[in-house]
Write a protein that binds this ligand. Structure first.
Ligand code: ATP
Ligand code: MG
Length: 401
C-alpha cells in the first residue's frame, strides 16, 4: 500500500486547554461520521494529533480527497511506512517525491529518532537519505529554511514513517463543539453560505424553510433540500423543517398595507423560527442577511423585524460584499444549486418597492387587527421535517444530533 496512514494536526484545538479532550473526541466522532462509507477506517487520537489508517489504497484516497472539508483539522499529511534501513528510507522518499513536481524545487530531510537503538545518529540519517534523494532528482536542491518539501522521517520501534507534504485542512472547530442554531434557509445564494460559516465555527445546524404552495413549487422545495443535503456534507446531520407559509402570506396580503407587508412577513418568519428553535433546543437563529443588500436588510428594517424576539440572531454575512459571498458559495459547492431559477415565497408576494425604513409603530398597529399568533402556532405544528444526508442510518448517529 502506498500510504500507511494519515497524520492529522488539530491546530486551534490544541490551544483550548482543558476542553481539548472533549474537542478531540468530537473531531474523532465527526471524522467517523464523514467517512461512514469507509468501513476499514481506524482512528488513533493522541494529545495533539491523530492517525488515520485504512486497509485499502482506495479507502485511503477517499480519506485524502474529503479530509479537506472536515472542520477542526488544521493540516494533514499522508505518511508512508518503510523498513528501518537507510536504503529503504531513501527509496520510499524518492517514490513519494516522484509523484510531485521536483524540478526547480527545494527540500530538506528532518529525522526524529524515537527508537534509540537505531544504529545511525539523527544527523547521519538526514545526511545519508538527503544525499541519495538529491542525487536522484536533478532539479531538486537542499534548503534548510522554508523548503518546498520538508521530508519528515520518524523512526519508531516497528518501522520508519515518512511524509513529504503538509496539506491544508478546513480549519475552524469540529461541528458540535459550539452548540446548535437554527438556520433560516431560503433557496438563495446567501443563506447556505451563512450556514457554512456557522458550521465552521463548530455550530450544529437545523434549517428552517418557508414554503408557500402553490405559489412556490415542489421544485423550489427540492432545491432547498439539495442545499440542506450539501450543508450536511460538512460533518453533521442537518434537519430541515419545512413550514407551510401560504395561509399566513395570504392573510398578510389581505390585512397589511403593501408598503409594510414585507416587514410583517419577515416578522412572522422570525416568530415561527423562534418557536421551532425553542422546540429543538437551539440557542440562536442564523440568517444570510447582509447589510444594505435589499430593502429588508437596512438597519431600520432589521431592527423592525428583530423586534419580535430577544433570541440572538446571528448574521455571519452582515458585512460581506456580494462578490465575496458568491465566491464562497462557489467554493463550497452551493452556488450552482442556488442560482436555479425557482420562485421564492417572498418575492411572489412582496411589492416591487417595499419601504427601506419601515416604522415599527405602524407595522405593529396594522398587525394588531389580526390574530397572527394562531396562524403562527398552526404553521409550527404542521411543519414537515426532513433529515440529511438521507442515506445515513439514523440510529448509528443519534449521538451526533
Ligand atoms: P438569500 O440569498 O439567503 O435568499 P437574499 O439576499 O435573497 O438572501 P432575502 O431573500 O431578503 O435575502 O432573505 C434574507 C434572509 O432571510 C435569507 O438569507 C434567509 O436567511 C431568510 N429567508 C428568506 N426567505 C426565506 C425562506 N423562504 N425560508 C427560510 N428563510 C428565508
Ligand atoms: Mg432570497
Amino acid at each position: 500500500m502506498k500510504w500507511d496512514r494519515i497524520l492529522v494536526r488539530y491546530g486551534e484545538l490544541s490551544t483550548k486547554g482543558r476542553n481539548r479532550r472533549q474537542f478531540t473526541n468530537r473531531l474523532r466522532d465527526n471524522i467517523r461520521f464523514s467517512f461512514e462509507d469507509v468501513p476499514t477506517l481506524k482512528l488513533q487520537a493522541e494529545r495533539d494529533r491523530m492517525f488515520l489508517t485504512t486497509e485499502t489504497d482506495q479507502d485511503m484516497e477517499t480519506l485524502l480527497s474529503r479530509l479537506p472539508a472536515v472542520f477542526g483539522i488544521q493540516s494533514f499529511s499522508p505518511v508512508a511506512k518503510t523498513e528501518k534501513t537507510i536504503d529503504a528510507m531513501a527509496a520510499t522518499t524518492i517514490a513519494i517525491l516522484s509523484e510531485l513536481e521536483t524540478s526547480g524545487k527545494t527540500c530538506k530531510v528532518t529525522v526524529k529518532r524515537s527508537d534509540k537503538s537505531f544504529p545511525h545518529e539523527t544527523n547521519e540519517v538526514q545526511h545519508l537519505v538527503a544525499s541519495q534523494v538529491l542525487r536522484h532528482f536533478e532539479g531538486l536542491t537542499a534548503k534548510m529554511k522554508h523548503p518546498d518539501y520538508n521530508i519528515k522521517i520518524e523512526i519508531l520501534q516497528d518501522a520508519a514513517y515518512i511524509s513529504a507534504q503538509t496539506i491544508l485542512g478546513a480549519g475552524g472547530m469540529p461541528v458540535g463543539s459550539n452548540g446548535r442554531s437554527l438556520l433560516m434557509l431560503s433557496g438563495g445564494i446567501d443563506s447556505p453560505v451563512a450556514g457554512y460559516m456557522m458550521l465552521k465555527r463548530g455550530v450544529r445546524l437545523d434549517a428552517i424553510h418557508f414554503h408557500s404552495p402553490p405559489y412556490t413549487s415542489e421544485r423550489s422545495l427540492d432545491k432547498v433540500k439539495q442545499l440542506a443535503e450539501k450543508l450536511s456534507h460538512f460533518g453533521a446531520t442537518v434537519r430541515l423543517h419545512v413550514i407551510p407559509f401560504t395561509e399566513i402570506q395570504e392573510v398578510i396580503q389581505q390585512q397589511i398595507p403593501k408598503n409594510v407587508s414585507m416587514t410583517t412577513t419577515r416578522r412572522m418568519m422570525l416568530k415561527i423560527a423562534d418557536l421551532v428553535r425553542e422546540d429543538i433546543g437551539a440557542l440562536a437563529i442564523v440568517t444570510g442577511e447582509s447589510l444594505g443588500q435589499v430593502a429588508s436588510q437596512t438597519l431600520e428594517s432589521l431592527t423592525a423585524i428583530n423586534e419580535v424576539t430577544a433570541t440572538p440572531v446571528l448574521r455571519p454575512l452582515i458585512a460581506e460584499d456580494k462578490t465575496t459571498i458568491i465566491q464562497l458559495a462557489q467554493e463550497i459547492g452551493t452556488y450552482e444549486t442556488s442560482i436555479l431559477p425557482f420562485e421564492d415565497c417572498c418575492t411572489i408576494f412582496v411589492p416591487s418597492s417595499p419601504k427601506t425604513k419601515p416604522k415599527l409603530e405602524k407595522v405593529t398597529f396594522y398587525e394588531s387587527f389580526e390574530s397572527f399568533d394562531s396562524y403562527v402556532e398552526k404553521a409550527v405544528e404542521t411543519r414537515e421535517v426532513f433529515r440529511f444526508p438521507e442515506k445515513k442510518q439514523q440510529e448509528s448517529f443519534d449521538d451526533l444530533l
